[in-house]
Design a protein around this ligand. Structure first.
Ligand SMILES: *[C@@H]1O[C@H](CO)[C@@H](O)[C@H](O)[C@H]1NC(C)=O
Ligand SMILES: *[C@@H]1O[C@H](CO)[C@@H](O)[C@H](O)[C@H]1NC(C)=O
Ligand SMILES: *[C@@H]1O[C@H](CO)[C@@H](O)[C@H](O)[C@H]1NC(C)=O
Ligand SMILES: *[C@@H]1O[C@H](CO)[C@@H](O)[C@H](O)[C@H]1NC(C)=O
Ligand SMILES: *[C@@H]1O[C@H](CO)[C@@H](O)[C@H](O)[C@H]1NC(C)=O
Ligand SMILES: *[C@@H]1O[C@H](CO)[C@@H](O)[C@H](O)[C@H]1NC(C)=O
Ligand SMILES: *[C@@H]1O[C@H](CO)[C@@H](O)[C@H](O)[C@H]1NC(C)=O
Ligand SMILES: *[C@@H]1O[C@H](CO)[C@@H](O)[C@H](O)[C@H]1NC(C)=O
Ligand SMILES: *[C@@H]1O[C@H](CO)[C@@H](O)[C@H](O)[C@H]1NC(C)=O
Length: 811
């Protein structure tokens, strides 16, 4: 008898609970406490308190997927004010949804942003993932909705953009990190200035620009191929502009766009079979995508080297910076615009990503001809284009002032007409059609060529010719390296006196010299019996003569006379890096900031060698003694005697003759003679670790074990004991996390397998950002014993660690 009562009571309680929490709605009389959740009607989404993975202390109120991908959080309320225990509670009041730290307080830590008041307030979680606040009796009229205040996830049904009437601006902001939903560094927002465009901001700097929506896609982004899963669109009216996407039908898999803490947007699609989110598209911010990398009036082109060039009729504002691959200063006009007496015309560019439209004006119903007229009449107007590329192009978009952040020569670009003064157009008058100068800057697709006919072909060839002329003098200059006479150099170096000797390398001796005009020089005199033959010599000359970068040592000339081979370099007063980092006294002058600058500089120099110069060059002998320092302690990579120029499509090569320096050579190179850019990355990693530890890899000795330096650092890294390896000078002048981060990057660079090592552009990205780093795998040449077995007896041949060896493998 008693038992039944209890059972009855229990099931009654249970049904009450079921009643209050199975529903998707919370009324004014209910609260959601930590541990209880509300599920949307169809069971797709759930809301309640949660802790991000890896951060169990902090409690946040949010919405996550339930039916699929249980726990993928899409929205967070109190992102900036977590609750540190499980007494948090959510209420619904006439003012909105309120999150408080406990039951007994009315003080809120978060409130939905709504200024009015609702009579019978309810909060409801819809099956779209939208949390809405409304009057009980007004099903469709939301006083507030979470879709208007997104965090980092963009779901089907959301509008991404602004509404000038309601003042709502829906934009995305990244989490601080994977386990911290507080406001991060990146904001992804539709910009209201000028013609609306989608931009990503890092802190308060423009970081990446999708560009304006031009009818079927964002300018400079590929057209989205029909995919059977989702469709996208863009709405622009007088009062609002937004981007949206919808699932093709209710059968389509779930999809979302997410912004990572590192600022990258990824499109995820739910894979029903594997039960995972698969990445469908990811925005990769590559060199040319960084906002304004080529400065005002510069055009970036990934397929070109260097990547930046000025538009026709413009030249670099600061040629010295441009020569060193720093393009931010941009370009200015060779001839100023006249305006007024109908002198100006336009130059047409094909295939460009439209410039920044924050300084633009638009009208979506004007024609291109009207647009040209309007631009001509306004002296401040510098360019125009269509607003919509569909139907042969419609609408008018005008720019004022400098043109910023253009990318060129891609299939996904469009036409842009840039204003030019008459004098600049005159030379090309024969190609002028109605004030348009038809210069084709892209290889013209075949169909187009046929359509427009031989006229364009002629223009194209003319342009090619013009370009060829532009390039030729430079190449000639490259080969016309100044030649010095032996006498001249002998005089400059006091007849190669020992007092002038700066150092000895594998192939000869380096002297300091002073030319008659007073210029200081460094002279590398190759010893007759040096390993460096004429081949290597010519190699170094031709290689370095073509290179110009602030982190590469500059070759001033050479001398081949009477069996002597001399290389004349700019003189760098502060010697080489090894002189500093491995010396107890000298290392005091290198604090963390200076060392970090050196690391970044070496990385930039290498990146230039690997991919930014006109050639692809593998240095093959990067080491501390080959890093010279200028008067400001900027690093310059030197000694290109072993460098190898790679052909356009060549990614790795092998040699039977392994040359390089032990301790810096990557395993695949030392053992198998295979080298690639990743062999340089390895040597870079060794240098990074040496710079931070102040220890030489080669002569490293530890009382507790016989691992080499890299093995030692790897061991301490795994034991979370990196403090032990860092040079005390570095520790005094830095934040240890920063240093540990760079050590980790160093370890990533020395991983055993070349394919695991990052390339130099990723390395620089990691060095200059705070994004999460991958976990390094075991380094190559990890333990002394294994090393001996694999390289064998050849090791004893190397006595001087700074000297490059060339006799490791049989010729
Ligand atoms: C519950 O709600 C009703 C009306 O919705 C209200 O009259 C009543 O005061 C509420 N009770 C509590 C305890 O808030
Ligand atoms: C969803 O996740 C919660 C908490 O992580 C867990 O308790 C629950 O069992 C999961 N549900 C399903 C259906 O996997
Ligand atoms: C929970 O943490 C809040 C602050 O976030 C504090 O005010 C409250 O007293 C704590 N409650 C308990 C039970 O510890
Ligand atoms: C409830 O929260 C308020 C405000 O945060 C705090 O002052 C109070 O001590 C808390 N009460 C309890 C019982 O935790
Ligand atoms: C609430 O929204 C208005 C505009 O609708 C905005 O100005 C205000 O800053 C917002 N307040 C909060 C706390 O988000
Ligand atoms: C060399 O480096 C030191 C710092 O160690 C610096 O003070 C000096 O200006 C540099 N230049 C020369 C020419 O010594
Ligand atoms: C490089 O590869 C591309 C495509 O595979 C080819 O068209 C081009 O001719 C190659 N270039 C050289 C120099 O081999
Ligand atoms: C470190 O130096 C040792 C010689 O002491 C050398 O055999 C080894 O290859 C070097 N290790 C690395 C990772 O370069
Ligand atoms: C460098 O590595 C990144 C990441 O793996 C890759 O996306 C990029 O294409 C690489 N760059 C070059 C020039 O190989």
């Amino acid at each position: 008898m008693r038992g039944t009562v209890i059972i009855l009571l229990c099931s009654c309680l249970l049904s009450i609970l079921m009643f209050s929490f199975a529903a998707d709605t919370v009324t004014a009389n209910q609260t959601i406490s930590d541990g209880h959740t509300i599920v949307s009607a169809g069971g797709d989404f759930e809301m309640g308190f949660f802790s991000p993975q890896g951060n169990p202390k902090n409690r946040y109120f949010g919405v996550w997927f339930k039916k699929i991908s249980n726990g993928t959080v899409i929205w967070v309320a109190n992102r900036n004010s977590p609750i540190f225990n499980t007494s948090g509670v959510v209420r619904v009041s006439s003012r909105g949804i309120v999150v408080s730290t406990n039951q007994s307080t009315t003080v809120s830590i978060w409130t939905s942003n709504f200024s009015g008041s609702v009579k019978n307030p309810v909060a409801q979680l819809l099956d779209t993932g939208n949390l809405v606040f409304r009057d009980e009796n007004e099903q469709q009229k939301f006083a507030w909705q979470s879709f208007d205040y997104p965090v980092d996830n963009f779901l089907a049904g959301m509008k991404f953009g602004y509404d000038l009437v309601s003042g709502i601006d829906r934009y995305f902001s990244s989490w601080k990190s994977e386990d911290d939903p507080s406001l991060g560094d990146y904001i992804h927002r539709l910009d209201k200035n000028g013609f609306p465009q989608l931009m990503v901001w890092k802190d308060s700097d423009a970081w990446y620009r999708y560009g304006p929506w031009v009818g079927s896609r964002f300018s400079g982004n590929s057209v989205l191929k029909p995919n059977g899963i989702y469709t996208t669109g863009f709405v622009i009216t007088e009062t609002e502009a937004y981007y949206y996407f919808n699932r093709v039908n209710s059968e389509s898999p779930a999809t979302r766009l997410t912004m990572t803490p590192g600022g990258l947007s990824s499109r995820y699609i739910w894979n029903r079979d594997k039960h995972i989110w698969t990445q469908y598209l990811t925005l990769q911010v590559r060199d040319c995508d960084r906002y304004g990398i080529c400065g005002t009036n510069g055009v970036c082109n990934l397929n070109k080297s260097p990547r930046c060039e000025c538009m026709t009729g413009f030249h670099p504002k600061k040629p010295e910076d441009w020569a060193e691959a720093d393009w931010l200063s941009g370009c200015s006009r060779k001839v100023q615009l006249e305006c007024g007496n109908d002198g100006d015309g336009f130059l047409k560019y094909i295939g460009v990503k439209l410039p920044d439209t924050r300084w633009s004006w638009y009208n979506m119903s004007m024609s291109l001809a009207e647009c040209e007229n309007k631009c001509l009449k306004d002296c401040n107007c510098t360019a125009y284009s269509n607003t919509d590329i569909r139907n042969g192009g419609t609408g008018c978009l005008l720019w004022f002032g400098g043109l910023m952040d253009m990318r060129g020569y891609s299939d996904d670009g469009q036409d842009l007409y840039v204003r030019m003064p008459a004098s600049e157009l005159k030379d090309n008058r024969k190609f002028r059609v109605k004030k348009h100068l038809w210069i084709i800057l892209v290889p013209v697709p075949a169909v187009l060529t046929l359509m427009i006919g031989s006229f364009l072909w002629y223009a194209y060839k003319a342009k090619r010719l013009k370009r060829a002329e532009k390039v030729r003098p430079q190449e000639k200059e490259d080969l016309d390296l100044p030649s010095f006479s032996f006498m001249q150099i002998a005089n400059a170096t006091a007849n190669f006196s020992n007092n002038n000797q700066l150092g000895k390398g594998g192939f000869g001796t380096v002297y300091k010299g002073i030319l008659e005009e007073g210029q200081e020089i460094g002279v590398k005199r190759l010893s007759e019996d040096s390993g460096q033959g004429v081949d290597e010599f010519m190699n170094e000359v031709s290689c370095i003569a073509k290179l110009q970068h602030k982190n590469l040592v500059k070759l001033l000339g050479c001398c081949i006379e009477q069996g002597e081979r001399l290389l004349i370099y700019e003189y760098l007063p502060n010697k080489s890096l090894d002189v500093y980092i491995f010396d107890e006294k000298m290392c005091q002058s290198l604090n963390w900031q200076k060392r970090y600058n050196i690391i970044i500089g070496i990385a930039r120099g290498l990146l230039y060698l690997h991919q930014d110069s006109r050639l692809k060059i593998i240095h093959r002998d990067l080491k501390a003694s080959n890093i010279l320092l200028d008067h400001e302690m900027n690093p310059k990579i030197s000694d290109f005697g072993l460098a190898k120029i790679f052909g356009e499509n060549e990614t790795q090569a092998s040699t039977r003759r392994v040359v390089g320096t032990h301790g810096y050579m990557s395993p695949e190179y030392a053992i198998d003679g295979v080298f690639s850019v990743k062999s340089d990355v390895y040597s870079f990693g060794i240098s990074v670790i040496e710079i931070i530890t102040g220890k030489r890899n080669r002569s490293f000795d530890h009382p507790d074990h016989n691992l080499n330096l890299i093995g030692h650092v790897w061991k301490q890294y795994n034991e979370c004991n990196l403090l032990e390896v860092v040079d005390s000078v570095v520790l005094e002048s830095s934040n240890e996390h920063e240093v540990f981060r760079v050590i980790q990057i160093g370890l990533l660079c020395v991983q055993e397998y070349p394919e695991d090592r990052p390339n130099m552009s990723s390395t620089i990205m990691m060095l200059t950002s705070d994004d999460a780093l991958p976990i390094p795998k075991q380094p190559g040449f990890f333990s002394e014993r294994r090393n001996r077995r694999r390289i064998g007896s050849s090791q004893k041949a190397f006595t001087l660690n700074t000297i490059s060896v060339s006799s490791l493998a049989p010729r």
